[in-house]
Design a protein around this ligand. Sequence first.
Ligand code: ADP
Ligand code: MG
Length: 443
Amino acid sequence: MHVKHWDKCLSLIKKELSPQSYKTWFKPIKPVKYKNQILILEVPNKFFYEWIEEHYLNILNNSILKVLGISGKIEYIISKEKEEIDEKKKIIELENQPPKITRFNNLNESFNFNSFVGGKCNSVAKAAGERICENPGKNPFNPLMVYGGVGLGKTHLIQSIGNRISNQTDLSVYYVTSEKFANQFIESLKENKLKDFTTFYSNVDCLIVDDIQFLSGKEKTQEVFFNIFNQLNLNRKQIILSADKSPVELNGLEQRLVSRFKSGLTVELEIPDFKTRSDILKHKISVDNINISNEIIDYIALQVDTNIRELEGVLISLLAHSTITKSEIDLKLTKSIIGKIVKDNNREINIKYIQEIVSKYFNISIEDMKDKARKKEIVIARQVAMYFSKDFTNNSLKSIGFHFGGRDHSTVIHAVQSVNDMIDTDSIFKKNIHEINRRITNN
Ligand code: ADP
Ligand code: MG
């Protein structure tokens, strides 16, 4: 019923919008319920419905009026809230009938192997994940421990494994972040339901715990997790874990826990190389049917070398900008967006980077800059690079001196003073400094 209503609204809305806007803003909305002439729509996040209310309210209201009549209304629910409600419901259902367990999973279906692009950075982890699915629990990769920095695909990969197991078998798969696990544990203590809590977890066939670094320092939670872990392990249930660091680097975790984590396969997700970054972008635009040239894809892949979440972020912003301004995604827009959302936050401005920019600007080699040469142009370039190193990095004077051929800290102080003097007295020099500053910060 609600689906039909919403489909009718959509067909009216579609006529009013460009295909791109329609796809970006209306396709992701899901009708959840229709009751008392109120149609409840699920949107991905708060920003989403604010945007719709702000930009498409008339179009939306007109369609509601036509389909639901004058007293028809809509309400929004945010996906995440819904997920949490659903999950609570599931736990309650299970708690009411322990230890019988029904098949269920609480995974995000969009995290699957089809959408997980392979590359050198994740080949081992991905292959291990696929192997696990062939025989969950009874394979050499139990537990599987995936680690790596933010935005490198840990959650995506471990959920892909969970989804595949859930689709191919009738095993129950449960995904939880370690933070949530800790909260559930505390909650169960408060409500005198510790037994239900442990029974629940001991009955899961495949347990996926994301971001276990948050268990650090939480001794009681670690203890209960240790017991659940052992119980599941004993029963040859599959356990999959993720962390932002390798097990040895995880501080604040009990040793016995760490050694358990390492008893299966520990594998790192690395920063993707250029080819993989470009493959990921190409995959995403082909799925979403977005029109972007290869030149731009390669430019993004070249510039955004931090993590995959950021790659996606650039793509989403580009899309949003081009829909809002109804303009094409060209190199100029791409550059300005990357400059805004990536460079400023993440491009680490270090001494080496400054030396590169300054040496290019003055057309002087970095070796000369570090060497003893006393030629005026070289001295100036060297001083300017020192000046910016002082300005943009947290290196001490001593360390800056060290990076310029082992010079003394007083040389750096002198360089900073000279540059300041020249800025005050020489307007052309001042312009040069501005330009170099702009290049360093990429503004
Ligand atoms: P992490 O958990 O390591 O912080 P996520 O799994 O949340 O990272 O990944 C960040 C974003 O990048 C997600 O939107 C995810 O879908 C995407 N992503 C990560 N790895 C890949 C990949 N190999 N192929 C396609 N998308 C990926
Ligand atoms: Mg994650």
